[in-house]
Design a protein around this ligand. Structure first.
Ligand code: ARG
Length: 574
C-alpha cells in the first residue's frame, strides 16, 4: 500500500482542488511519535505562503474539508504541521485486500535494469573485499525484480587485463606446469609472487605487458593457460555463490573478455571522430570535465603503445553493449568507491561518443569498507586479505556453538542445516543492515546475537509466529471473519504491514537494502511488543482472535519475503 502517495493525493485535493500548482510539493512523513498521529504534513508553511496567510489560519480552513475514508482526523500542530490519523476501518479494509490478493506490491512501469555486481578478479580467489558488492548487488537485484523490473545480472569478472599477463609471464619464467587439477590457492600463490616481482622489477613489468598483449591477441600458449585458470576460478566462485545464496550463475557472466571483439572497432571509431587522439603512441581521450594534477584536461588511456587494451576501453564497450544489445534503461554499478572516477570517465566518454543517450540512468552505487574492531581494514594479523570462504566457515562454526548451547538435544542434521542458515544470514545481514555509503565495523558478537537489529532476531521472531500459526491447526485462508483491530498495538503493527510496499520502492530507488532491514527489524519488534501484551490463540472473542491470527500471518509473510529479498534464508524452527 502506498500510504504516503495516497495521502499526498488527497491532501493536494483539499488544498488546491484541481488547479494544483506542480511546483508545490506536498511533503508527508511518518510520525515518530504515534500519539501525534500516524503521519504528518511537513510543508504547511510553504503552502500557506501561496495562500498569503498563516499556517494556522490555513489549517483551520482546510481541516474541515476532510472527507476521505483513509483519514480519521487531522490536527494542526505548532509551529506548522498537520498531524494525520489514519482511519481504522480503512486499515482493516486494506489488510483484507492484501490478504485476498496475496500481493503486497502493485504493478509498476517495467524497466530493463542491468546490475553490475560481484565482478571478482579471476587471477585470485574471492576475499572479504568482494563481500559488499556481491551481497548488496544481489539484494538490490532481487528487490528490483520483485517490484516488476526486468533485471539483468552482470558479473563483470576481471579476466582480460594485466593480471593475466603477470600470471602467464611468471608461469613462463619459472616454467611452471598448470595442470587441470591445480588448486585455486596455488594459482593465488603464483599470482602473489608474480605481483611482488612486477612491483620491483622493471624487466618483469615489460614482460608482463608483452604477455597481456599476447593473450589479447589470443596467442595459443597464453590463451590455453588463461582458459584453464578462468574456468577453475569460475567453478570455485560458483560454490561460494551457492553457499551465500547469491543468484549469480554462469549465464550472468559478462566478463571483460566478453567484449574483446568490440574493442578494436570502438578505438577506431573514437580516433576517426577525433574523440580520441594518439599521444606518445598511446590512444587517449582527453576530457575537459576532468582535470589532472596540473589543472589540465585529464587523459584516459584506452590502448597502450604496446598494443594492449586497458580496463577503460573494456568498460566503454561494456556500457555500449548494455545499452544497444541488452536494451538497458538503468545501469547500476556496485563497485568499490575507489573506481568512482574511472566509472564517471567511462560514462562521460560514452555520452560524448553517443554510445549511450542522456536519458539512460547510469549510477555508481558506492559502498564503504568493512573494518575490524580497531578501525583498521579487515585483514589477517599479518596484513593479508581474508578469504571469503574462510569467513563463511568461521561464521557457520560459531553458529553451531550458539545453537548447541541453546538446545543440547538438537539433532546433527538440524544442526548442520541451521548453522548454515544462521551463520550465513548473520554475515549478510550485518552488512546489508548498514547504510552502504559508510564504513562499518565487523563484530561477531553483535551480529550473532538474538537481540537487536540482527538476522537471528528476525529469523527467531519468524519461527515464533509460525509456531503460533501451527497451533491453530486450521487453514488461515479459510477464516471468514474480517480484520478487527482491537487495540493500539495492533493499529501500529497493521500500519507497519501496509508500509511494506513503500519501503521496497524506496530501497529499490536508492539501491539501499538497509532501509528494508530496519523496516523488517521494526516490524518484528512491533510484533513482539504486541505478542507479549496480548493473547492470540487464547483470546475469547473469536472475531478478535481470528483477526490477530490473520495479522500474524501477514507479518510472517513479510518477514520471510523481506529476508528473501536480502538473500537470507529462514528455517521453520530454531
Ligand atoms: N573486476 C573489478 C575489480 O575486481 C570490478 C569490476 C566492476 N565492474 C566494471 N564494469 N568495471 O575491481
Amino acid at each position: 500500500m502506498k500510504i504516503k502517495s495516497i495521502l499526498k493525493k488527497k491532501i493536494k485535493k483539499m488544498f488546491f482542488k484541481n488547479n494544483y500548482n506542480k511546483k508545490i510539493k506536498i511533503i508527508i512523513q511518518k510520525n515518530k511519535n504515534i500519539k501525534n498521529g500516524h503521519y504528518q504534513l511537513n510543508n504547511l508553511f510553504n503552502i500557506s505562503k501561496i495562500y498569503k496567510t498563516t499556517p494556522k489560519k490555513l489549517a483551520k480552513k482546510i481541516l474541515k474539508k476532510n472527507k476521505f475514508d483513509i483519514i480519521k482526523k487531522m490536527e494542526f500542530s505548532k509551529p506548522c504541521f498537520i498531524n494525520i490519523f489514519l482511519n481504522k476501518k480503512w486499515i482493516e479494509k486494506s489488510l483484507e485486500k492484501i490478504l485476498k490478493n496475496k500481493k503486497f506490491i502493485s504493478p509498476i512501469k517495467k524497466k530493463t535494469v542491468v546490475i553490475d555486481y560481484s565482478s571478482p578478479n579471476m587471477a585470485k580467489s574471492m576475499h572479504v573485499g568482494h563481500l559488499r558488492s556481491t551481497i548488496i548487488g544481489d539484494s538490490v537485484s532481487r528487490i528490483m525484480e520483485y517490484i516488476g523490473n526486468k533485471v539483468i545480472r552482470a558479473n563483470h569478472i576481471g579476466d582480460w587485463g594485466n593480471q593475466f599477463g603477470m600470471l602467464i609471464a611468471y608461469i613462463k619464467k619459472k616454467n611452471l606446469k598448470i595442470s587441470k587439477k591445480i588448486s585455486i590457492s596455488k594459482i593465488e600463490e603464483i599470482y602473489c609472487q608474480a605481483k611482488k616481482l612486477y612491483d620491483k622489477n622493471k624487466k618483469f613489468l615489460k614482460k608482463t605487458n608483452k604477455y597481456t598483449k599476447k593473450l589479447q591477441k589470443k596467442e595459443k600458449f597464453c590463451y590455453k593457460i588463461w582458459k584453464k585458470i578462468v574456468k577453475l576460478n569460475i567453478k570455485e566462485n560458483e560454490k561460494i555463490y551457492k553457499l551465500l545464496n547469491i543468484k549469480l550463475t554462469k549465464k550472468d557472466i559478462f566478463g571483460e573478455s566478453f567484449y574483446k571483439k568490440m574493442l578494436k572497432k570502438i578505438v577506431q571509431d573514437l580516433l576517426k571522430r577525433k574523440i580520441a587522439t594518439i599521444k606518445n603512441g598511446n590512444i587517449i581521450v582527453f576530457l575537459k570535465n576532468f582535470k589532472n594534477r596540473k589543472g589540465k584536461k585529464m587523459g584516459v588511456i584506452l590502448k597502450k603503445k604496446d598494443g594492449s587494451f586497458l580496463y577503460s576501453i573494456i568498460d566503454i564497450a561494456c556500457i555500449k553493449y548494455r545499452y544497444e544489445q541488452l536494451k538497458a534503461e538503468i545501469i547500476l554499478y556496485y563497485v568499490d568507491s575507489r573506481q568512482k572516477q574511472h566509472l564517471l570517465q567511462i560514462y562521460e566518454i560514452s555520452k560524448i561518443a553517443g554510445y549511450i543517450p542522456n536519458n539512460i540512468k547510469v549510477k555508481h552505487h558506492i559502498f564503504g569498507m568493512m573494518l575490524s574492531e580497531n578501525n583498521q581494514p579487515f585483514q589477517t594479523r599479518s596484513g593479508n586479505t581474508i578469504k571469503l570462504i574462510e569467513l563463511i566457515k568461521k561464521s557457520i562454526k560459531k553458529s553451531k556453538k550458539i545453537l548447541k548451547e541453546k538446545n543440547k538435544l538438537i539433532s546433527k542434521k538440524k544442526l548442520i542445516s541451521l548453522s548454515k542458515i544462521i551463520g550465513i544470514g548473520a554475515i549478510k545481514y550485518a552488512d546489508l543492515s548498514k547504510n552502504r555509503k559508510t564504513n562499518y565495523i565487523f563484530n561477531w558478537n553483535q551480529m550473532l546475537s538474538f537481540e537487536g537489529n540482527t538476522s537471528l532476531y528476525i529469523q527467531y521472531t519468524y519461527t515464533r509466529i509460525l509456531s503460533i500459526l501451527r497451533k491453530y491447526k486450521k487453514n488461515l485462508l479459510n477464516i471468514k471473519n474480517s480484520f478487527k483491530i482491537s487495540n493500539n498495538y495492533e493499529t501500529i503493527l497493521s500500519i507497519s504491514i501496509l508500509q511494506f510496499e513503500e519501503i521496497i520502492i524506496k530501497s529499490s530507488k536508492k539501491g539501499k537494502p538497509h532501509l528494508l532491514c530496519s523496516y523488517i527489524y521494526q516490524l518484528a519488534s512491533k510484533y513482539s511488543n504486541f505478542y507479549e501484551k496480548y493473547n492470540i490463540l487464547k483470546e475469547k472473542n473469536k472475531k478478535i482472535r481470528d483477526s490477530r491470527l490473520k495479522i500474524s500471518f501477514l507479518v510472517s509473510k513479510i518477514l520471510k519475503k523481506g529476508l528473501n529479498l536480502l538473500g537470507i534464508k529462514v528455517s521453520k524452527s530454531i
